[in-house]
Design a protein. Structure first.
Length: 562
């Protein structure tokens, strides 16, 4: 995929060249008709008129050929062959025009300049010089064939000057075109490439993804993408310093560059994170490609990797695909990012594909309620759009829920209930204005009362889905406090449903360790201290301690993704 600014410039140049070529055809037509009427003999005139018609018809076909060659789907070698054929065709036409209009005495020999100029601009100095040489040779051969009756072939001598003009036109023009292309390439690299790794940069990645998704949507073809993160990279930087860390980034970039296909787009997304776009690739094929990349990184020796927590330097990869898992480019990025979360959270050094909580939900609800659950997802998307902090929060709370469900040995039913409630716990915010959700100053008493209604509003939204009734209590009570000072009902201690108490700990911890408009983000260490100091008051102490153990076990993964 090419940068569309460059493509726009090429389109402009091609439009200009098309006008030059069209003009050359018109000049050729003028030459033919002028020569036809120079002979007053009827038979000869009729013959010449007929010949003019044939030649003009041929010119029309050549013009159609040229138009066909400009269709964007032709690229690379095919396009070069088409341009070569076009140039040869124009050279043949000009040769016929010169012969037809007086051969060595023709005034139309300079028509070759037009094709020399267009060939040089389109294909560079080499092509221009070849075209100029061929054109010069044709003109001089015509002089030798038709001008031999003269004692001194003055036409040949004069046309040596024209041949020199042809060469001197192609040479400096070609030099300028080549210089311009090198300069544009240098600017393009400065704009599109990451200075450290020489991979494509973040901006180019976004531009490419948008272009590729739009194109593949029209062609009804899949697109997959991967997010890649170096495991325990902060630990490596702390041990060996950022300069050595930069060398690792370069080595990883080289491996990625060598591992992907020519059509794939590899970019440095930011920090130690990379991204790959796989055009015309379904999820299964993308997983195979990603697994090969993961294996290459694992087998490559990086300086000092033996001191990494796992004894080697590895990567985690998250995969998602369009249109099977995402509806557009933004959705594809979010889903691939979510898959990376899971890969980082669950053991690292692995490839994980995106799985939506909604897809899990659909397996557990009645068929006639699927549309309602899809509507719930739409509402959550609307909330994400209103509150830019919600999306990452929901995804992290879901991740925490999966981990603590295993830690607490929850039954499969309770595990699903906790995960589904984590996904939908803030759905009641749909009715709260963006001004309140994103307010940076402390909320007024009235605004706070509005915000406190979102658990009950959430229950009202999902009550239409009978299969989700068991999730309602968790959503309704996830802001109750262990000491009875929470809302909406002020329940206390074990009167609060157990899974609601679990969700309260998870939700609160992520809120305090995330960037929010109304508070400064706490570090994980500060968040753990907050859980400890509020155990027995805001939080169930036993659940809080279990969750603290999880955070300590996964501190590197969590802190690198917040």
């Amino acid at each position: 995929m090419k940068n569309h600014l460059i493509e726009n410039k090429k389109d402009t140049i091609n439009n200009i060249l098309s006008m030059v070529k069209l003009a050359s055809l018109l000049f050729s037509g003028i030459a033919i008709f002028s020569s036809s009427f120079e002979n007053i003999h009827a038979t000869i005139l009729t013959y010449n008129m007929y010949s003019s018609f044939i030649v003009l018809f041929s010119l029309t076909l050549i013009y159609a050929l040229w138009s066909f060659s400009t269709i964007p789907k032709f690229e690379g070698r095919v396009l070069k062959l088409i341009i070569l054929g076009e140039n040869l065709s124009f050279s043949l036409v000009f040769t016929l025009v010169i012969v037809f209009s007086g051969a060595h005495e023709s005034n139309y020999k300079l028509l070759f300049l037009l094709i020399i100029i267009t060939s040089t601009i389109q294909s560079g100095m080499r092509s221009g010089l070849i075209t100029a040489t061929i054109s010069s040779t044709i003109v001089l051969i015509i002089d030798l064939i038709y001008g031999t009756s003269s004692p001194v072939n003055i036409y040949f001598e004069n046309d040596l000057l024209i041949a020199g003009v042809f060469i001197l036109t192609a040479w400096p023009l070609g030099y300028y075109v080549e210089s311009e292309r090198r300069y544009i390439k240098k600017l393009e690299d400065m704009v599109n490439l990451d200075g450290l790794t020489e991979l494509y940069n973040h901006r180019y990645f976004y531009d490419s993804l948008t272009y590729i998704i739009d194109y593949h949507k029209k062609e009804n073809k899949p697109v997959s993408m991967a997010f890649i993160d170096i495991d325990y990279f902060k630990h490596y930087n702390d041990l060996y310093g950022h300069q050595q860390g930069d060398l690792v980034l370069k080595e990883v970039a080289n491996i990625l560059r060598e591992a992907v296909r020519p059509s794939d787009i590899v970019a440095r997304y930011g920090g130690e994170e990379f991204s790959i776009i796989f055009p015309n690739t379904n999820e299964n094929d993308a997983v195979l490609l990603a697994e090969e990349i993961r294996r290459r990184i694992e087998e490559y020796y990086f300086f000092g990797e033996e001191n990494q927590p796992n004894g080697t330097l590895t990567i985690s990869l998250g995969i998602s695909s369009f249109p099977s898992k995402a509806k557009d480019d933004i959705d594809l990025i979010k889903s691939a990012d979510d898959a990376l979360y899971r890969a980082k959270f669950f053991n690292k050094n692995q490839v994980m594909t995106y799985t939506s909580v909604l897809d899990e939900l659909k397996k557990d609800i009645e068929e006639n309620e699927i549309d309602l659950v899809t509507s719930i997802k739409t509402l959550i998307s609307v909330i994400n759009a209103k509150d830019k902090y919600t999306y990452g929060h929901v995804e992290r709370v879901v991740m925490y829920s999966r981990l603590i469900a295993d830690k607490l040995n929850l039954s499969e039913e309770d595990k699903k209930a906790l995960i589904y409630s984590a996904y939908m716990h803030d759905i009641g915010k749909i009715n709260i204005s963006s001004d309140i959700l994103n307010k940076k100053m402390p909320l007024t008493k009235d605004e706070w009362e509005i915000l406190k209604q979102h658990p009950a509003e959430g229950v009202n939204i999902i009550k239409e889905v009978a299969s989700l009734n068991y999730v309602s209590p968790l959503i309704l009570h996830h802001h109750e406090r262990y000491d009875g000072k929470g809302y909406p009902y002020g329940l206390k201690g074990e009167d609060i449903p157990f899974l609601s108490r679990v969700l309260t700990v998870i939700d609160s911890f992520d809120a305090m360790t995330s960037n929010r408009p109304y508070n400064k983000r706490k570090s994980f260490k500060e968040g753990i201290e907050e859980l400890k100091s509020n155990s027995g008051t805001q939080f169930d102490p036993d659940i809080a301690m279990e969750f603290i153990d999880i955070i300590k076990d996964h501190d590197d993964a969590f802190s690198s993704l917040i």
